[in-house]
Design a protein around this ligand. Structure first.
Ligand SMILES: Nc1ncnc2c1ncn2[C@@H]1O[C@H](COP(=O)(O)OP(=O)(O)OP(=O)(O)O)[C@@H](O)[C@H]1O
Ligand SMILES: [Mg+2]
Length: 248
């Protein structure tokens, strides 16, 4: 049995918009297991980003709690990395220094920092670009730097909110393989959000399907296929169809 990394316990969230109450998340409970790749899918506006923000400690739930390392999360933790839906790099810092930023916060030694940056850039195939500035690299590469930056800190749990949304189909497939590679090599636990069902089936150990607003758990689907996965495999397609049926 895999250990539980983080426990989402009966989370509900209501936003107050100048007197109007909007229930966004309704009684969400699940575990994220050690070294798991867990993905959340669901209709636009069903509360996926809100749920990630609550798990990261940036947003408070209206009820329920997030338990991580036997403690309730009440504020952002250095042990949880969060790459928001709209990623951002510092335009005035080079790629290398964007990644360094995360490491400095952790008070690492200068030579350790240099080695770590190089190995991360190498893993992401970005070493050649380390002295470039964000404006001089493509959207997909920027996204990789944002992911590398979150991996730079020794966070064992990483929350990725639609990281490949704005990337063209060809590069998307390559980046999906990169993410699997990093996930396997670095022994991280990943909670991933996507609208792309094919991507969810390609990457995940389990997929959580959320209902439309207010988001609640409709189904959790385990995927027992080995990596690298074959998109033409009949089982792959039957899982994809099963998810589409739940969503529409
Ligand atoms: N800070 C906030 N104040 C008020 N309402 C909010 C706030 N943040 C989110 N909402 C509302 O909560 C709902 C869920 O938003 P959220 O961004 O979590 O959805 P999502 O599932 O991530 O959508 P998408 O797939 O489009 O990214 C939306 O109706 C949104 O307008
Ligand atoms: Mg979102």
């Amino acid at each position: 049995m895999l250990k539980v990394k983080l426990n989402v316990d009966k989370i509900s969230k209501t936003f107050n918009n100048s007197g109007d109450k909007l229930l966004v998340l309704n009684d969400i409970s699940f575990d994220i297991l050690e070294k798991e790749f867990l993905t959340i899918v669901g209709p636009s506006g069903c509360g996926k980003t809100t749920l990630l923000r609550i798990i990261s400690g940036l947003e408070k739930p209206s009820s329920g709690k997030i338990i991580f390392n036997n403690k309730t999360i009440i504020k952002p933790s250095k042990l949880i990395g969060y790459v928001p839906q709209e990623y951002s790099l510092f335009p005035w810092k080079s790629i290398k220094n964007n990644i360094k930023f995360g490491l400095k916060i952790q008070n690492s030694k200068p030579d350790e920092i240099e080695n770590k940056i190089d190995s991360l850039l190498e893993m992401m195939n970005l070493l050649k670009f380390k002295d470039y500035y964000p404006k001089d690299i493509s959207g997909g590469m920027k996204q990789k730097v944002a992911i590398a930056r979150s991996l730079a800190i020794d966070q064992k749990l990483i929350l990725l909110d639609e990281p490949l949304k704005s990337i063209d189909a060809q590069n998307k497939n390559k980046l999906q393989d990169d993410i699997i590679d990093i996930w396997q090599k670095s022994k991280r636990t990943i909670l991933f959000v996507t609208h792309n069902i094919d991507e969810a089936v390609y990457l995940s150990d389990r997929i959580i399907i959320l209902s439309s607003l207010p988001g609640s758990i409709k189904k959790i689907i385990p995927i027992d296929l080995k990596h690298p996965r074959d998109r033409t495999n009949p089982e792959f397609n039957s899982i994809r169809r099963k998810i589409l049926k739940e969503l529409f």
